[in-house]
Ligand binder design. Structure first.
Ligand code: ZN
Ligand code: ZN
Length: 249
C-alpha cells in the first residue's frame, strides 16, 4: 500500500504541474479496496459490517478457473466467513497479456484497468486475476497483494498440474487460491492475531505446520512436489482458531 503512495509521489514529481490529471496507474478508484493486505480480515470473517461477499474472477484467455475450483472456494468461504446475505463467485474473461511474466506492480496495474466490482454498502468485494504467464521470478503460483486482491499465475499452475503423476489442476488451483484467500483473512499474524504462536517467521506470514494450508510451500513450486495428487491441504487448528477468534465461523 505505502509503495503505491510513494509511486504516486514520484509520478507527480516527474510530470510536474503540467499533468494535473496524472493518476497513479496502480491506485484503484475505490479507497476501501486500496488498502494493505490483511486490513479486511475482520470484515471478511465477521458479518457485523459486511453481510454479503462477492468474488469477481477475471481470467486471461485459456485460463478460466476449473468448475471444481469454484466449488471448492465457495465451500471454503462458507465454512469460514459469516455472510448471512450469501457468497457469490463470478468469472469472466479479459484480454490476455501475451503470456508475459508479471511483477506485483504490473498485476496491480492490470487490476486497476480491468476490475469493475468494488465494496459498497454491506457487500464486500474481492478480486481475483488469473494471468496467462508466470510471475517474473518464476517461483510462485499466486500471491495476495492488497486487502481484497489476489493473483494466480495461470500458466504456472497449468504447466505443473494435470499431467501423468502430477497433481490435478483443480486440486492445485484450489490449494493456491485457498492459501491466498487465507492471507486476505489475515493469516498468519497478518491482520488476524495469533491465539498461540505458530508463525514461520523465516517465511513471512506463514504457518509453521508443514501439513497446513498456510505453510509457505503451498504458493511456491513446492506445492506440486509435496502433495499427493488427490490431496487439497486444509487449515490446521491453530489457523482455524485464529480465524474464529477474529469473527469467523
Ligand atoms: Zn502465502
Ligand atoms: Zn496453520
Amino acid at each position: 500500500m505505502n509503495k503505491y503512495i510513494t509511486l504516486l509521489f514520484c509520478l507527480l514529481l516527474a510530470f510536474g504541474s503540467c499533468r494535473k490529471t496524472a493518476t497513479n496507474p496502480e491506485v484503484l478508484p475505490n479507497t476501501y479496496s486500496d488498502q494493505a493486505l490483511g486490513k479486511s480480515a475482520n470484515d471478511l470473517l465477521s458479518g457485523s459490517k459486511y453481510t454479503s461477499l462477492n468474488v469477481q474472477v477475471q481470467y486471461m484467455p485459456g485460463y478460466s478457473l476449473d468448475t471444481g475450483t469454484i466449488s471448492a472456494l465457495s465451500a471454503y468461504l462458507n465454512m469460514l466467513c459469516n455472510k448471512p446475505g450469501g457468497i457469490s463467485i463470478t468469472q469472466a474473461q479479459i484480454a490476455g497479456n501475451g503470456g508475459d511474466s508479471l511483477t506485483v506492480d504490473q498485476v496491480a496495474v492490470l487490476e486497476v484497468k480491468n476490475r469493475t466490482a468494488y465494496t459498497s454498502g454491506t457487500t464486500l468485494d474481492v478480486y481475483i486475476l488469473v494471468t496467462d504467464g508466470y510471475d517474473t521470478a518464476g517461483t510462485v503460483l499466486g500471491f495476495a497483494y492488497r486487502n481484497t486482491s489476489i493473483a494466480l499465475m495461470g500458466k504456472a499452475i497449468f504447466d505443473h498440474s494435470g499431467g501423468f503423476g502430477e497433481i490435478g489442476r483443480a486440486a492445485l488451483e484450489s490449494s493456491v487460491l485457498e492459501h491466498e484467500f487465507g492471507h486476505l483473512l489475515g493469516l498468519v499474524n497478518l491482520g488476524t492475531p495469533m491465539q498461540v504462536f505458530h508463525q514461520d517467521t523465516a517465511h513471512g506470514n506463514h504457518c509453521n505446520n508443514a501439513n497446513c494450508l498456510m505453510h509457505y510451500s503451498i504458493e511456491t513450486n513446492g506445492a506440486f512436489n509435496i502433495f499427493h495428487p488427490a490431496t487439497i491441504p486444509v487449515l490446521d487448528s491453530n489457523c482455524r482458531n485464529d480465524l474464529h477468534a477474529n469473527g469467523g465461523k
